[in-house]
Design a protein around this ligand. Structure first.
Ligand code: PRP
Ligand code: URA
Length: 207
């Protein structure tokens, strides 16, 4: 499944501000929300719709209504910075949560929380996690979603590394990845280079 590279100029202008080390947490949050709205609109482009009719003040008009259950799943904690954006676009979305934490030394992710909605087999599942680095967290989250019955899974991330994209493609080749940037590589501590640093720490000011 190809990675969908989002090329929109507003996405890239926003990403550039997010990358900037001088951007403080209050701006970082606002920018994370803005880029997530733009990325989510792209990832939801193929959502099926039903034809409906509405009445304007002048006449009947043809329209469309979302015809699919949408489930959005932030990977805690950084993924929470993208959640409001998706809910602005799809207020009726159901929300699951997956808590994963990378070990600071080994960079291996371990799960500390999971709470998912039921009947995921019918749903369009949008997993949101801003950073796809080694891909270990994404693969663990997808494994969990698949175990719960999901099969139409889309990942939204703000920066990806080639290593993470390759791991997801190898382990879950039918999962769609939407990102504006596949960066150069990972450093010795498994951070994305140039990346934007630790997303969760910058979002919540825990640096
Ligand atoms: C970050 C990020 C991803 C993960 C990516 O979370 O939000 O979940 O690292 O790295 P990987 O692809 O190598 O697994 P982190 O574990 O730092 O937790 P946090 O969201 O609580 O800050
Ligand atoms: N998690 C982050 O927040 N940033 C990285 O570069 C890698 C993992």
């Amino acid at each position: 499944m190809p990675v969908h590279i989002v090329e929109h100029p507003l996405v890239h202008a926003t990403l550039t501000e997010l990358r900037d080390v001088t951007t403080p947490p209050e701006d970082f949050r606002r920018l994370a929300n803005r880029i997530s709205v733009l990325l989510a609109a792209e990832a939801l482009r193929d959502l099926p719709t039903d034809a409906i009719t509405v009445t304007t003040p002048l006449a009947d008009a043809p329209g469309r209504r979302i015809a699919r259950d949408v489930v959005v799943v932030p990977v805690l904690r950084a993924g929470l910075g993208m959640l409001d954006a998706v809910l602005q676009l799809v207020p009726s979305a159901r929300v699951g949560h997956i808590g994963l934490q990378r070990d600071e030394i080994t960079a291996v992710a371990s799960q500390y929380y999971a709470r998912l909605p039921s009947r995921l087999d019918r749903s369009y599942v949008l997993m949101i996690d801003p950073m796809l680095a080694t891909g270990g967290s994404a693969v663990a989250a997808i494994d969990l979603l698949r175990g719960a019955g999901a099969h139409d899974i889309h990942i939204l991330c703000i920066v990806a590394a080639p290593e993470g994209v390759a791991l997801v493609e190898q382990r879950h080749p039918d999962v769609h990845i939407y990102t504006p940037a596949v960066d150069r590589n990972l450093n010795a501590h498994k951070y994305i280079v140039p990346g934007l640093g630790d997303f969760g720490d910058r979002l919540y000011g825990t640096l």
